[in-house]
Write a protein that binds this ligand. Structure first.
Ligand SMILES: [Zn+2]
Length: 75
């Protein structure tokens, strides 16, 4: 397991702590409302935030159905 996590830890060290922990999106991918960081799940792309628990659950059931609009990480 240690070797599996090594690349992940390396990429986290390069990013700042705030950027690494913050969701990659600002808009809820399920209903396009403002996302709240407290409702978030980890995906292959990074943490994705939702406006509410219902949206989070809907996304978890079928992630391919929704498009996550990423915010610009350079901002
Ligand atoms: Zn939502």
């Amino acid at each position: 397991m240690k070797s599996f996590f090594a690349p992940l830890i390396a990429s986290l060290v390069m990013a700042t702590t705030v950027v690494a922990a913050w969701p990659i999106n600002e808009i809820c991918p399920v209903d396009a409302k403002a996302a709240r960081p407290i409702y978030r799940i980890k995906t292959a792309e990074g943490p994705v935030a939702f406006c509410c628990m219902d949206c989070l659950t809907a996304f978890e059931k079928s992630p391919g159905k929704y498009i996550v609009i990423k915010k610009d990480p350079k901002k």
